[in-house]
Design a protein around this ligand. Structure first.
Ligand code: ADP
Ligand code: MG
Length: 391
């Protein structure tokens, strides 16, 4: 069954009637620009064809019922409960998955106090792999925000909806993430990536030209997720803040590659290497945008490779499975490859000639088996459109 049908069926099972509509939003993959978002820097993600669907209707009362094929039981609260549940003090008292949906409803109501939204029923189904670095979280937030934007007649723009998604994730779920994922999902365009300035939230659509160049983006999900990822993420953020403070700038975004020699003198080796990753990664994003505009996607391979090396050696967020996927893809003829997402597991991407996708995939599968690693999940992604109403 397709995900939109699954959302509709789950809605009918929940309510015994058909939904008013079905809305969806995409996951995303980050082409380049890792750990730059919370340093006020640059990122270049694109929305993918995998989407999360929300089938929904308003109710006549103030109850909210949400269900997902991801979880066994529906969750029920009232709109008044939202303000007591969120912002959460520590762990949410509702099941964590439901805080993504309820948190968006809370954030949207807080934005529009003069148009308080009524109760609703909403059922979620998705074909975005969860926890693979493809931002199933932004997809569920975006699908929910789009549904409520229409049902509550809020008429909010995509950037405002993206901010509501981020607020839900930060303050309702309690995950200290940046705005990149929501912006990538909300501003997705077919055959284009979103060049985002995370300080100003200025976003420019950059044609990727993968298809005419005969290229595919292969996702290599290692299925590895390391327990120290939360602590590792916090440590990286703190190192970046320390580095910026030592350099006397508000954020690492304010440094250029020319500032690195002075940074090396001012800070310890680990902090310096964290800073060097972010500063050079910002520059690689700018270079990738320029290459895509001037020479096309084949010219960005070396930037992807350099990005991976920087994350592996300077930021130290790769794992052996990610390195093996990247190295094997490159050895089998990929134009470029890098880990993508926050690190400590998750997925890598490779830019591969269309007629080499099968060979690269086979090589990665074999390399994982030979190394004694669990089987990776391999699939291609295509730059795709942002939120839409499907039915
Ligand atoms: P990622 O965004 O990389 O996939 P996150 O940890 O940010 O990983 O978000 C994953 C979480 O989002 C899941 O653990 C779940 O709580 C929630 N989520 C994502 N998709 C769904 C879904 N279809 N139904 C319910 N919850 C979902
Ligand atoms: Mg996420």
């Amino acid at each position: 069954m397709t995900a939109p049908d699954a959302a509709r069926d789950l809605f009918i099972a929940l309510t015994s009637h058909a939904p008013t509509g079905v809305w969806s939003a995409p996951g995303r993959v980050n082409l380049i620009g890792e750990h730059t978002d919370y340093n006020d820097g640059f990122v270049l993600p694109f929305a993918i064809q995998h989407r999360t669907y929300a089938a929904a209707s308003l109710r006549d009362d103030d109850r909210i019922r949400v269900a997902s094929t991801f979880a066994a039981d529906p969750v029920q609260v009232s709109v008044a409960d939202l303000d007591t549940l969120f912002p959460g003090a520590g762990a949410p008292t509702v099941p964590e998955w439901s805080a993504y949906v309820l948190g968006v409803a809370w954030a949207l109501r807080a934005l529009t106090p003069d148009a308080p939204g009524r109760g609703f029923d909403l059922a979620i189904a998705s074909d975005v792999p969860v926890g693979a670095g493809l931002s199933s979280s932004a997809a569920i937030e975006g699908a929910t925000a789009s549904a409520l934007n229409d049902l509550w007649a809020l008429d909010l723009d995509p950037v405002t909806l993206a901010r509501a998604g981020r607020r839900a994730e930060n303050e309702a779920v309690g995950a200290p993430t940046g705005i990149m994922d929501q912006m990538a999902s909300m501003l997705g365009q077919p055959d284009a990536a979103t060049f985002l300035d995370c300080r100003t939230l200025d976003a420019v659509s950059i044609p990727t030209g993968f298809a005419p160049a005969g290229l595919e983006v292969l996702v290599m999900d290692t299925k590895v997720s390391h327990s120290h990822s939360t602590g590792g993420y916090r440590e990286r953020r703190e190192a970046c803040e320390r580095g910026a403070a030592l350099m006397g700038v508000p954020a690492l975004r304010d440094l250029g590659v020319g500032d690195l020699p002075r940074a090396a003198e001012l800070m310890d080796d680990v902090t310096f290497r964290r800073v060097r990753h972010v500063v050079t990664e910002d520059q690689r994003v700018l270079d990738t945008v320029r290459m895509l505009r001037e020479q096309g996607p084949r010219a960005i391979g070396d930037l992807l490779i350099a990005s991976h090396a920087s994350m592996r050696d300077d930021f130290e967020i790769s794992v052996p499975e990610l390195d093996l996927a990247v190295d094997t893809a490159l050895a089998t003829g990929a134009v470029g490859a890098r880990m993508t997402g926050g690190g400590f597991g998750g997925a890598a991407i490779a830019l591969v000639d269309r007629d080499r996708v099968a060979a690269v995939s086979d090589a990665v599968r074999h390399a994982f088996a030979d190394a004694g690693f669990g089987a990776p999940h391999l699939f291609t992604v295509t730059p795709s459109e942002g939120p839409r109403r499907d039915a």
